[in-house]
Write a protein that binds this ligand. Structure first.
Ligand code: SF4
Ligand code: SF4
Length: 149
């Protein structure tokens, strides 16, 4: 995929008008959206767990098979503006897509600002601190609850 990004595009271009490369570049690589979450039936509140999708590399927080993720993990969500409008509550507050959708700017540690793709890990925002693959857990997801990031 071409990596041609318009200068400071995130400040000037609406999410719905970004190119595919620009949209992808917004992802800070935190991996938090790849964690399993539980929802309270009565309050609809979302609870994060430390348990990651089987395809997440828990050290780098990268999807280990991004091109085929929908085939291998059918419920993997392809985030788009529609989801931001209707289901952003399950995204972490640090998520660049959620922040821009809410009219906020990118945080100072975002890789597009720092030009360092590891800055999300260095600042301690990413799931690399604690994520455990679903292939390695024992017991139930309830045993791995996490305060919402
Ligand atoms: S939570 Fe947002 S910024 Fe973090 S990996 Fe998911 S889509 Fe990217
Ligand atoms: S398939 Fe890849 S992108 Fe989708 S939730 Fe799993 S690790 Fe994340």
């Amino acid at each position: 995929m071409s990596q041609t990004l318009r200068p400071n595009f995130w400040q000037k271009i609406a999410l719905s008008d970004m190119t595919a490369s620009e949209w992808e570049a917004l992802c800070d690589g935190c991996g938090l959206c790849c964690l399993h979450k539980l929802q309270d039936d009565e309050t609809n509140e979302i609870y994060y767990t430390k348990v990651a999708c089987k395809l997440l590399d828990c050290k780098t927080c990268q999807c280990s098979n991004y091109p085929k993720r929908k085939q291998l993990v059918p419920n993997c969500l392809q985030l788009d503006v529609y989801h931001l409008r209707h289901a952003q509550h399950w995204l972490p507050n640090s998520c660049a897509y959620k922040r821009l959708y809410q009219g906020k700017n990118l945080p100072s540690w975002h890789p597009l600002i720092t030009q360092d793709k590891n800055s999300v890990h260095k600042i301690g925002i990413s799931a690399a601190r604690f994520a455990i693959s679903e292939l390695k857990i024992k017991g139930n997801l309830e045993d791995y609850l996490l305060a919402k990031p």
